[in-house]
Design a protein around this ligand. Sequence first.
Ligand code: UD1
Length: 421
Amino acid sequence: MDKIVIEGGFPLRGDIRISGAKNSAIKLMAVCLLTDQQITLTNMPRLRDTRSMGQLLTHLGVEVGEVGASTMTLHAPKLSSSEAPYDLVRKMRATFNVLGPLLAREEEARVSLPGGCAIGARPVDLHLKALEAMGAKIELEQGYVVASAKGGLRGAEISFPFVSVGATEHALLSAVLAKGETVLMNAAREPEIIDLANCLNAMGAKITGAGRSEVRIEGVAKLGGVEHSVVPDRIEAGTYALAAATAGGSVRLTHVRHDHLGALWPLIAQAGARVSLDDSTVLIERGTGRPNPVDIDTQAYPGFPTDLQAQFMALVGLADGVSIIRENIFENRFMHCPELTRMGADITVRGREAIVRGVPEYVAAPVMATDLRASASLINAGLAARGETHISRVYHLDRGFEHIEVKLGQCGARIKRVPDD
Ligand code: UD1
């Protein structure tokens, strides 16, 4: 396995092109199960997670093709299996979202319970309750969900007890071909959900209200093909914005939807970086001097994203003062804290809160990537640290960041990928 080696202490200067959103791309790939026509996805990021989803879809009988670097075609005139085995699902939780589309198309499915980042218990009870409300019969057998919906799924009123991105997307994917109307209440409002709904509507679905708490889906009998461009990755954009704020310098992000990060910009500015927003670009500048402390509180969209919590902590870890970081979405998402502490950070975790007492500098150390976004926070800390930071277990990074060492290298970062021995 590879590791990333960073010689820190150099400010970043240059442009970074933001890729299509991982969290949107992997759900968009599943729409091919709902039609016998071809799906073409452009602005696709090349990631381990999109490859994992591709492997699962291939197993189900989908013809998966690549055209150039960032276009993917998916075509399933008929499916050869309705079983998603453990080996393919354990690598990435979002593969579980094939369950609803398989039920909608084949009226039966056998899907392994998911794996993914170890950032909490992450059950799928809301997904299963939504499918049951739509008439699916569900049993759990040796780690598998065995489901059937003879005669197809039916529209239903589904009120989520709390906001779940995955369950909202899964319900959307399941309801588009159901008989009658489905109403989702307390739905997640993330931009990736709007992206999924836009793609499904372009295929002939009838979804209204995506991006709001109440979403209505009028089931249709058939969906057609589509060409759809994946929305820009707001988490990748936020990560590089925070890299510039942490390491200093001046970085211009291009191909961004800055309106998708409305909760981040004021907080980066409060920390002392200058943020200039333009049509599809964002310029982040930070000179010398320590950042200011800033408290954050993660929330479902449009609040501060949990997926940027670790990277924000790497920034305020260097602040001149104390910051309180509260994680409200996942119960176990502070695994980067001991690793940042190895680099000299002063962090105390109490339940869902981390008290971060800023230190004047990070000092390079060997550290270990524990999950996808935690890995990015170690990269950002390494860019600012004195000395050479070695980050092992980088496969987490490859799940969600396209060419991270190339993109940062173009901005002057001294970063390389080497085999880990
Ligand atoms: C998605 C994102 C992830 C992001 C998260 C929150 C993808 C591939 N991943 O994950 O990057 O951090 O949204 O913005 O899009 N929960 C239950 N039961 C369920 C479903 C969820 O208890 O059936 C809990 C989870 O354990 C978690 C909370 O609800 O504590 C929110 O999870 P959810 O919004 O579903 O996150 P994911 O869709 O897994």
